[in-house]
Design a protein around this ligand. Structure first.
Ligand SMILES: Cc1cc2nc3c(=O)[nH]c(=O)nc-3n(C[C@H](O)[C@H](O)[C@H](O)COP(=O)(O)OP(=O)(O)OC[C@H]3O[C@@H](n4cnc5c(N)ncnc54)[C@H](O)[C@@H]3O)c2cc1C
Length: 408
Protein backbone atom coordinates (compact mmCIF):
# COMPACT_ATOMS: atom_id res chain seq x y z
CA UNK A 1 0.00 0.00 0.00
CA UNK A 2 3.04 2.27 0.16
CA UNK A 3 4.39 3.76 -3.06
CA UNK A 4 7.00 6.25 -4.17
CA UNK A 5 4.56 7.83 -6.58
CA UNK A 6 0.80 7.62 -7.04
CA UNK A 7 -0.63 8.80 -10.33
CA UNK A 8 -4.31 9.80 -10.28
CA UNK A 9 -5.72 9.06 -13.75
CA UNK A 10 -4.93 6.20 -16.11
CA UNK A 11 -5.25 8.30 -19.27
CA UNK A 12 -2.39 8.65 -21.76
CA UNK A 13 -0.63 11.30 -19.69
CA UNK A 14 -0.85 9.43 -16.38
CA UNK A 15 0.27 6.15 -17.94
CA UNK A 16 3.20 7.65 -19.78
CA UNK A 17 4.44 9.45 -16.64
CA UNK A 18 3.99 6.19 -14.68
CA UNK A 19 5.96 4.29 -17.34
CA UNK A 20 8.91 6.70 -17.15
CA UNK A 21 9.08 6.75 -13.34
CA UNK A 22 8.58 3.00 -12.87
CA UNK A 23 11.23 2.45 -15.55
CA UNK A 24 13.73 4.04 -13.16
CA UNK A 25 12.98 1.41 -10.54
CA UNK A 26 10.49 3.32 -8.37
CA UNK A 27 7.24 1.90 -6.99
CA UNK A 28 4.40 3.51 -8.90
CA UNK A 29 0.64 3.07 -8.56
CA UNK A 30 -1.87 4.36 -11.13
CA UNK A 31 -5.43 4.89 -9.89
CA UNK A 32 -8.04 4.86 -12.66
CA UNK A 33 -11.66 5.50 -11.75
CA UNK A 34 -13.07 3.58 -14.71
CA UNK A 35 -13.18 -0.21 -14.92
CA UNK A 36 -11.35 -0.27 -18.24
CA UNK A 37 -8.52 1.94 -19.53
CA UNK A 38 -9.45 3.89 -22.66
CA UNK A 39 -13.18 3.86 -21.99
CA UNK A 40 -15.21 5.88 -22.48
CA UNK A 41 -13.37 7.46 -25.43
CA UNK A 42 -13.58 11.27 -25.34
CA UNK A 43 -11.43 12.12 -28.31
CA UNK A 44 -11.36 12.21 -32.10
CA UNK A 45 -7.97 10.53 -32.18
CA UNK A 46 -6.17 13.02 -34.41
CA UNK A 47 -2.43 13.21 -33.69
CA UNK A 48 0.73 14.22 -35.50
CA UNK A 49 3.40 11.69 -36.43
CA UNK A 50 5.60 13.46 -33.87
CA UNK A 51 3.07 12.82 -31.11
CA UNK A 52 2.74 9.24 -32.15
CA UNK A 53 6.51 8.76 -31.98
CA UNK A 54 6.83 10.14 -28.46
CA UNK A 55 3.93 7.97 -27.30
CA UNK A 56 5.84 4.79 -28.35
CA UNK A 57 2.46 3.20 -29.12
CA UNK A 58 2.33 0.37 -31.67
CA UNK A 59 1.38 1.55 -35.17
CA UNK A 60 -1.41 -1.03 -35.21
CA UNK A 61 -3.66 1.65 -33.70
CA UNK A 62 -3.31 3.91 -36.78
CA UNK A 63 -6.53 3.89 -38.79
CA UNK A 64 -5.85 6.57 -41.42
CA UNK A 65 -3.39 9.28 -42.47
CA UNK A 66 -4.55 12.77 -43.42
CA UNK A 67 -2.95 14.92 -46.10
CA UNK A 68 -4.76 18.21 -45.80
CA UNK A 69 -8.00 19.96 -45.07
CA UNK A 70 -10.82 21.91 -46.63
CA UNK A 71 -11.91 24.91 -44.55
CA UNK A 72 -15.48 26.19 -44.97
CA UNK A 73 -16.30 29.83 -44.16
CA UNK A 74 -19.86 30.51 -42.92
CA UNK A 75 -21.29 31.23 -46.38
CA UNK A 76 -19.68 30.76 -49.74
CA UNK A 77 -15.88 30.84 -49.35
CA UNK A 78 -13.95 27.58 -49.14
CA UNK A 79 -10.20 27.16 -48.62
CA UNK A 80 -8.86 24.03 -50.23
CA UNK A 81 -5.67 22.88 -48.50
CA UNK A 82 -5.06 19.45 -49.98
CA UNK A 83 -1.36 18.59 -49.86
CA UNK A 84 0.97 15.67 -50.50
CA UNK A 85 2.58 15.10 -47.15
CA UNK A 86 1.02 13.45 -44.12
CA UNK A 87 -0.10 16.12 -41.63
CA UNK A 88 -1.93 13.91 -39.17
CA UNK A 89 -2.80 10.36 -38.17
CA UNK A 90 -6.22 9.13 -37.12
CA UNK A 91 -5.85 6.60 -34.31
CA UNK A 92 -8.02 4.22 -32.33
CA UNK A 93 -7.90 6.26 -29.13
CA UNK A 94 -9.09 3.46 -26.82
CA UNK A 95 -6.35 1.15 -28.12
CA UNK A 96 -3.84 4.04 -27.91
CA UNK A 97 -4.58 4.46 -24.17
CA UNK A 98 -4.47 0.71 -23.53
CA UNK A 99 -1.08 0.46 -25.25
CA UNK A 100 0.29 3.21 -22.97
CA UNK A 101 -1.16 1.45 -19.92
CA UNK A 102 0.58 -1.74 -21.13
CA UNK A 103 3.86 0.17 -21.37
CA UNK A 104 3.45 1.47 -17.80
CA UNK A 105 2.66 -2.03 -16.50
CA UNK A 106 5.62 -3.51 -18.40
CA UNK A 107 7.87 -0.94 -16.74
CA UNK A 108 6.64 -2.14 -13.33
CA UNK A 109 3.79 0.26 -12.50
CA UNK A 110 0.73 -1.19 -10.79
CA UNK A 111 -2.60 -0.10 -12.25
CA UNK A 112 -5.77 -0.26 -10.16
CA UNK A 113 -8.94 0.02 -12.22
CA UNK A 114 -12.21 1.27 -10.80
CA UNK A 115 -10.44 3.22 -8.04
CA UNK A 116 -11.19 6.91 -7.76
CA UNK A 117 -9.06 9.36 -5.81
CA UNK A 118 -11.40 11.36 -3.62
CA UNK A 119 -9.04 13.21 -1.31
CA UNK A 120 -5.58 13.16 0.18
CA UNK A 121 -3.91 14.29 3.38
CA UNK A 122 -0.43 15.72 3.68
CA UNK A 123 1.68 14.35 6.50
CA UNK A 124 5.22 15.58 7.09
CA UNK A 125 6.95 12.73 5.28
CA UNK A 126 4.26 11.46 2.87
CA UNK A 127 0.74 11.75 1.52
CA UNK A 128 -2.23 9.55 2.33
CA UNK A 129 -4.43 9.11 -0.74
CA UNK A 130 -8.06 8.11 -0.12
CA UNK A 131 -10.04 6.28 -2.79
CA UNK A 132 -13.48 4.86 -3.45
CA UNK A 133 -14.40 2.10 -5.82
CA UNK A 134 -18.07 2.09 -6.73
CA UNK A 135 -20.19 0.65 -3.95
CA UNK A 136 -17.20 -0.81 -2.16
CA UNK A 137 -15.56 0.82 0.80
CA UNK A 138 -12.52 2.78 -0.37
CA UNK A 139 -8.97 2.23 0.73
CA UNK A 140 -6.00 4.45 1.42
CA UNK A 141 -2.53 4.35 -0.07
CA UNK A 142 0.56 6.29 0.90
CA UNK A 143 3.16 7.88 -1.34
CA UNK A 144 5.97 10.41 -1.39
CA UNK A 145 4.66 12.22 -4.44
CA UNK A 146 1.25 12.48 -6.11
CA UNK A 147 0.76 13.21 -9.80
CA UNK A 148 -2.63 14.60 -10.83
CA UNK A 149 -3.20 13.37 -14.38
CA UNK A 150 -6.91 13.21 -13.75
CA UNK A 151 -8.18 15.37 -16.57
CA UNK A 152 -9.70 18.84 -16.89
CA UNK A 153 -11.78 18.50 -13.70
CA UNK A 154 -8.80 17.36 -11.65
CA UNK A 155 -9.72 16.33 -8.10
CA UNK A 156 -6.04 16.73 -7.17
CA UNK A 157 -5.94 20.36 -8.36
CA UNK A 158 -9.30 21.14 -6.70
CA UNK A 159 -8.17 19.65 -3.39
CA UNK A 160 -5.19 22.03 -3.36
CA UNK A 161 -7.10 24.99 -4.76
CA UNK A 162 -4.64 25.21 -7.62
CA UNK A 163 -5.69 27.48 -10.49
CA UNK A 164 -8.00 25.92 -13.10
CA UNK A 165 -8.52 26.86 -16.76
CA UNK A 166 -10.60 30.00 -17.26
CA UNK A 167 -12.11 28.76 -20.51
CA UNK A 168 -13.70 25.33 -20.80
CA UNK A 169 -14.91 24.55 -24.29
CA UNK A 170 -17.77 22.02 -24.58
CA UNK A 171 -17.51 19.50 -27.40
CA UNK A 172 -19.91 17.03 -28.94
CA UNK A 173 -18.38 14.38 -31.20
CA UNK A 174 -19.43 11.15 -32.85
CA UNK A 175 -18.29 8.27 -35.00
CA UNK A 176 -20.63 8.14 -37.96
CA UNK A 177 -21.30 6.16 -41.08
CA UNK A 178 -21.27 8.46 -44.10
CA UNK A 179 -21.94 6.70 -47.43
CA UNK A 180 -19.42 7.57 -50.12
CA UNK A 181 -17.15 9.54 -47.78
CA UNK A 182 -13.52 8.54 -47.33
CA UNK A 183 -10.06 9.59 -48.46
CA UNK A 184 -7.45 11.52 -46.55
CA UNK A 185 -8.81 15.05 -46.19
CA UNK A 186 -10.27 16.63 -43.06
CA UNK A 187 -13.08 19.20 -43.27
CA UNK A 188 -13.24 22.18 -40.93
CA UNK A 189 -16.35 24.37 -40.54
CA UNK A 190 -16.09 27.92 -39.24
CA UNK A 191 -19.31 29.65 -38.29
CA UNK A 192 -19.96 31.89 -35.29
CA UNK A 193 -23.61 30.82 -35.12
CA UNK A 194 -23.03 27.08 -35.48
CA UNK A 195 -19.84 26.79 -33.44
CA UNK A 196 -19.55 29.90 -31.24
CA UNK A 197 -15.87 30.35 -30.40
CA UNK A 198 -14.85 27.02 -31.83
CA UNK A 199 -15.28 25.01 -35.07
CA UNK A 200 -16.86 21.90 -36.50
CA UNK A 201 -14.88 19.00 -37.99
CA UNK A 202 -15.31 15.92 -40.14
CA UNK A 203 -12.49 13.46 -40.75
CA UNK A 204 -12.39 10.18 -42.62
CA UNK A 205 -11.47 7.03 -40.71
CA UNK A 206 -11.98 4.68 -43.64
CA UNK A 207 -14.44 4.36 -46.52
CA UNK A 208 -17.95 5.22 -45.30
CA UNK A 209 -16.73 5.77 -41.72
CA UNK A 210 -15.93 9.19 -40.25
CA UNK A 211 -15.52 11.18 -37.05
CA UNK A 212 -17.37 14.44 -36.64
CA UNK A 213 -17.61 17.00 -33.91
CA UNK A 214 -18.33 20.57 -32.95
CA UNK A 215 -17.52 22.83 -30.02
CA UNK A 216 -18.68 26.02 -28.39
CA UNK A 217 -17.04 28.33 -25.92
CA UNK A 218 -18.79 29.81 -22.87
CA UNK A 219 -16.79 33.01 -23.50
CA UNK A 220 -18.68 33.70 -26.70
CA UNK A 221 -22.19 33.57 -25.32
CA UNK A 222 -22.74 33.60 -21.61
CA UNK A 223 -26.50 33.46 -22.17
CA UNK A 224 -26.15 30.78 -24.83
CA UNK A 225 -28.61 27.94 -24.37
CA UNK A 226 -28.10 25.50 -27.21
CA UNK A 227 -26.34 22.20 -26.48
CA UNK A 228 -23.31 21.17 -28.57
CA UNK A 229 -25.40 18.21 -29.78
CA UNK A 230 -28.06 20.46 -31.24
CA UNK A 231 -25.35 22.59 -32.90
CA UNK A 232 -23.97 19.40 -34.38
CA UNK A 233 -27.37 18.57 -35.86
CA UNK A 234 -27.62 22.05 -37.35
CA UNK A 235 -24.15 21.74 -38.87
CA UNK A 236 -25.05 18.36 -40.38
CA UNK A 237 -28.25 19.83 -41.83
CA UNK A 238 -26.47 22.85 -43.32
CA UNK A 239 -23.59 21.19 -45.20
CA UNK A 240 -24.40 18.77 -48.06
CA UNK A 241 -21.25 16.75 -47.29
CA UNK A 242 -23.10 15.26 -44.28
CA UNK A 243 -25.91 13.83 -46.45
CA UNK A 244 -26.76 10.26 -45.41
CA UNK A 245 -24.96 10.55 -42.06
CA UNK A 246 -25.88 8.02 -39.41
CA UNK A 247 -24.52 8.38 -35.89
CA UNK A 248 -22.95 5.15 -34.62
CA UNK A 249 -21.35 6.22 -31.35
CA UNK A 250 -21.45 9.57 -29.59
CA UNK A 251 -18.92 11.17 -27.30
CA UNK A 252 -17.99 14.61 -26.08
CA UNK A 253 -16.35 16.36 -23.23
CA UNK A 254 -14.57 19.47 -22.16
CA UNK A 255 -11.34 21.00 -23.40
CA UNK A 256 -9.54 23.32 -20.92
CA UNK A 257 -7.98 26.38 -22.53
CA UNK A 258 -5.53 28.48 -20.53
CA UNK A 259 -1.96 28.92 -19.42
CA UNK A 260 -1.69 27.81 -15.79
CA UNK A 261 0.93 29.66 -13.74
CA UNK A 262 1.24 26.92 -11.14
CA UNK A 263 0.99 23.20 -11.84
CA UNK A 264 2.83 21.99 -8.73
CA UNK A 265 2.64 22.15 -4.97
CA UNK A 266 4.38 20.44 -2.08
CA UNK A 267 4.46 16.71 -3.01
CA UNK A 268 2.16 17.27 -5.99
CA UNK A 269 2.56 17.73 -9.75
CA UNK A 270 -0.21 18.17 -12.35
CA UNK A 271 0.10 17.05 -15.97
CA UNK A 272 -1.96 16.85 -19.16
CA UNK A 273 -5.49 18.27 -19.18
CA UNK A 274 -5.24 18.70 -15.38
CA UNK A 275 -2.50 21.26 -16.12
CA UNK A 276 -4.28 22.69 -19.23
CA UNK A 277 -1.42 21.42 -21.40
CA UNK A 278 -3.65 21.77 -24.44
CA UNK A 279 -3.25 23.61 -27.77
CA UNK A 280 -5.57 26.65 -27.52
CA UNK A 281 -6.34 26.77 -31.25
CA UNK A 282 -7.39 23.15 -31.83
CA UNK A 283 -8.00 21.77 -28.32
CA UNK A 284 -5.63 18.89 -29.06
CA UNK A 285 -4.12 17.74 -25.78
CA UNK A 286 -2.18 14.61 -26.60
CA UNK A 287 1.02 16.25 -27.87
CA UNK A 288 1.50 18.76 -25.05
CA UNK A 289 0.11 16.32 -22.47
CA UNK A 290 2.64 13.62 -23.39
CA UNK A 291 5.44 16.18 -23.36
CA UNK A 292 4.17 17.44 -20.00
CA UNK A 293 4.18 13.84 -18.73
CA UNK A 294 7.80 13.45 -19.69
CA UNK A 295 8.86 16.65 -17.86
CA UNK A 296 6.71 15.61 -14.92
CA UNK A 297 8.37 12.18 -14.73
CA UNK A 298 11.86 13.71 -14.97
CA UNK A 299 11.14 16.09 -12.06
CA UNK A 300 9.54 13.27 -10.05
CA UNK A 301 12.63 11.08 -10.48
CA UNK A 302 14.93 13.94 -9.43
CA UNK A 303 12.76 14.63 -6.37
CA UNK A 304 12.85 10.94 -5.40
CA UNK A 305 16.63 10.80 -5.84
CA UNK A 306 17.19 13.90 -3.74
CA UNK A 307 14.33 13.15 -1.36
CA UNK A 308 13.09 16.71 -1.81
CA UNK A 309 9.37 17.19 -2.43
CA UNK A 310 9.17 20.83 -1.44
CA UNK A 311 7.20 23.29 -3.49
CA UNK A 312 10.39 25.19 -4.34
CA UNK A 313 12.09 22.02 -5.62
CA UNK A 314 9.08 20.94 -7.69
CA UNK A 315 8.88 24.36 -9.34
CA UNK A 316 11.57 22.97 -11.67
CA UNK A 317 8.71 21.09 -13.41
CA UNK A 318 6.82 24.28 -14.22
CA UNK A 319 10.05 25.89 -15.46
CA UNK A 320 10.87 22.90 -17.66
CA UNK A 321 7.52 22.65 -19.46
CA UNK A 322 7.17 26.40 -19.64
CA UNK A 323 10.54 26.70 -21.33
CA UNK A 324 9.63 24.00 -23.82
CA UNK A 325 6.05 24.88 -24.80
CA UNK A 326 4.77 27.66 -22.53
CA UNK A 327 5.26 30.24 -25.26
CA UNK A 328 3.41 28.02 -27.76
CA UNK A 329 0.36 28.01 -25.44
CA UNK A 330 0.60 31.77 -24.84
CA UNK A 331 0.92 32.46 -28.56
CA UNK A 332 -2.10 30.20 -29.22
CA UNK A 333 -4.10 32.09 -26.60
CA UNK A 334 -3.26 35.39 -28.28
CA UNK A 335 -4.38 34.14 -31.70
CA UNK A 336 -7.44 32.62 -30.11
CA UNK A 337 -8.35 35.99 -28.60
CA UNK A 338 -8.25 37.52 -32.08
CA UNK A 339 -10.29 34.63 -33.54
CA UNK A 340 -12.92 35.08 -30.81
CA UNK A 341 -13.18 38.74 -31.71
CA UNK A 342 -14.03 38.04 -35.37
CA UNK A 343 -17.60 37.89 -36.63
CA UNK A 344 -18.89 35.77 -39.51
CA UNK A 345 -18.35 38.58 -42.02
CA UNK A 346 -14.67 38.83 -41.08
CA UNK A 347 -14.19 35.05 -41.13
CA UNK A 348 -15.74 34.98 -44.60
CA UNK A 349 -13.39 37.74 -45.75
CA UNK A 350 -10.31 36.08 -44.21
CA UNK A 351 -11.00 32.72 -45.86
CA UNK A 352 -11.59 34.48 -49.19
CA UNK A 353 -8.38 36.45 -48.77
CA UNK A 354 -6.29 33.32 -48.00
CA UNK A 355 -7.71 31.46 -50.98
CA UNK A 356 -4.83 32.41 -53.27
CA UNK A 357 -1.94 30.21 -54.35
CA UNK A 358 0.61 32.17 -52.26
CA UNK A 359 -1.31 31.82 -48.99
CA UNK A 360 -2.44 28.26 -49.71
CA UNK A 361 1.19 27.25 -50.31
CA UNK A 362 2.30 29.11 -47.18
CA UNK A 363 -0.29 27.28 -45.10
CA UNK A 364 0.63 23.91 -46.58
CA UNK A 365 4.33 24.62 -46.02
CA UNK A 366 4.21 25.96 -42.45
CA UNK A 367 1.05 24.29 -41.15
CA UNK A 368 1.90 21.92 -38.31
CA UNK A 369 -0.60 20.16 -36.09
CA UNK A 370 1.54 20.70 -32.98
CA UNK A 371 3.17 24.07 -33.52
CA UNK A 372 0.45 26.47 -34.62
CA UNK A 373 2.75 29.41 -33.93
CA UNK A 374 4.90 28.56 -36.99
CA UNK A 375 2.01 29.22 -39.33
CA UNK A 376 0.55 31.95 -37.14
CA UNK A 377 3.77 33.95 -37.49
CA UNK A 378 3.44 33.78 -41.29
CA UNK A 379 -0.28 34.57 -41.26
CA UNK A 380 0.40 37.65 -39.16
CA UNK A 381 1.54 39.19 -42.43
CA UNK A 382 -1.83 38.50 -44.09
CA UNK A 383 -3.65 41.81 -44.16
CA UNK A 384 -6.93 40.90 -42.42
CA UNK A 385 -5.09 39.07 -39.66
CA UNK A 386 -2.41 41.82 -39.40
CA UNK A 387 -5.15 44.45 -39.01
CA UNK A 388 -6.62 42.37 -36.25
CA UNK A 389 -3.24 42.18 -34.50
CA UNK A 390 -2.85 45.93 -34.74
CA UNK A 391 -6.41 46.36 -33.46
CA UNK A 392 -5.95 44.03 -30.52
CA UNK A 393 -2.51 45.59 -29.75
CA UNK A 394 -4.17 49.01 -29.61
CA UNK A 395 -6.98 47.64 -27.48
CA UNK A 396 -4.47 46.22 -24.96
CA UNK A 397 -2.59 49.56 -24.97
CA UNK A 398 -5.81 51.50 -24.36
CA UNK A 399 -6.87 49.08 -21.63
CA UNK A 400 -3.45 49.58 -19.97
CA UNK A 401 -3.73 53.38 -20.25
CA UNK A 402 -7.25 53.33 -18.79
CA UNK A 403 -6.02 51.20 -15.89
CA UNK A 404 -3.09 53.62 -15.24
CA UNK A 405 -5.36 56.68 -15.33
CA UNK A 406 -7.94 55.06 -13.05
CA UNK A 407 -5.30 54.07 -10.53
CA UNK A 408 -3.26 57.25 -10.54
C1 LIG B 1 -14.51 15.32 -27.95
C2 LIG B 1 -13.03 15.48 -27.81
C3 LIG B 1 -12.20 15.26 -28.90
C4 LIG B 1 -10.81 15.40 -28.76
N1 LIG B 1 -10.03 15.13 -29.84
C5 LIG B 1 -8.68 15.21 -29.71
C6 LIG B 1 -7.84 14.89 -30.81
O1 LIG B 1 -8.31 14.53 -31.89
N2 LIG B 1 -6.50 14.97 -30.63
C7 LIG B 1 -5.93 15.38 -29.42
O2 LIG B 1 -4.69 15.49 -29.33
N3 LIG B 1 -6.72 15.68 -28.37
C8 LIG B 1 -8.06 15.60 -28.48
N4 LIG B 1 -8.85 15.87 -27.39
C9 LIG B 1 -8.21 16.20 -26.11
C10 LIG B 1 -7.63 14.93 -25.48
O3 LIG B 1 -8.61 13.93 -25.44
C11 LIG B 1 -7.10 15.23 -24.07
O4 LIG B 1 -6.27 16.36 -24.13
C12 LIG B 1 -6.31 14.04 -23.52
O5 LIG B 1 -7.16 12.94 -23.33
C13 LIG B 1 -5.66 14.42 -22.20
O6 LIG B 1 -5.11 13.28 -21.62
P1 LIG B 1 -5.02 13.18 -20.01
O7 LIG B 1 -4.39 11.86 -19.72
O8 LIG B 1 -4.43 14.43 -19.45
O9 LIG B 1 -6.53 13.21 -19.53
P2 LIG B 1 -7.69 12.16 -19.78
O10 LIG B 1 -7.52 11.50 -21.10
O11 LIG B 1 -8.94 12.90 -19.51
O12 LIG B 1 -7.45 11.05 -18.68
C14 LIG B 1 -7.73 11.32 -17.32
C15 LIG B 1 -8.04 9.99 -16.67
O13 LIG B 1 -8.21 10.20 -15.27
C16 LIG B 1 -9.32 9.45 -14.83
N5 LIG B 1 -9.77 10.14 -13.60
C17 LIG B 1 -10.38 11.36 -13.53
N6 LIG B 1 -10.59 11.68 -12.24
C18 LIG B 1 -10.08 10.64 -11.50
C19 LIG B 1 -9.99 10.40 -10.10
N7 LIG B 1 -10.44 11.28 -9.20
N8 LIG B 1 -9.42 9.24 -9.67
C20 LIG B 1 -8.96 8.33 -10.58
N9 LIG B 1 -9.04 8.51 -11.92
C21 LIG B 1 -9.57 9.66 -12.36
C22 LIG B 1 -10.30 9.48 -15.98
O14 LIG B 1 -11.20 8.42 -15.92
C23 LIG B 1 -9.35 9.38 -17.17
O15 LIG B 1 -9.12 8.05 -17.54
C24 LIG B 1 -10.24 15.78 -27.51
C25 LIG B 1 -11.08 16.03 -26.41
C26 LIG B 1 -12.46 15.88 -26.55
C27 LIG B 1 -13.33 16.13 -25.35
Amino acid sequence: MDYDVIVAGGGPVGCSAARDIAGQGYRVLVLEEHKKIGEPVQCSGLVSERTFEISRVSDQVILNTLKGAVVYAPNKNVLDLQGDKVYALVVDRGAFDRDLAGQAAAAGAKIYHGKKLISFDCLTDRLIVNTTSGEEKGCAFTCKLLIGADGYNSAVARHLNLPAAQEKVSLFAAEVSLPGFGGQIAHIFLDRLLAPGWFGWLMPVKKNLARVGIGCSPLMNSDWRESPRSLFEKMAAKHPIFKGLEVLKTTGGIVPIDYLERTYDTRVLLAGDAASQVKPISGGGLFLGLKGASFCAATAVKALRENDFSRSFLKAYQNAWDEDFGLEIKCGLKHREIFLDMDNREIEFLIGFLNKPYWRNTILKYGDLDYHSWLAAKLSLAQPWANRFLGSGLKILLRGLKHTVENS
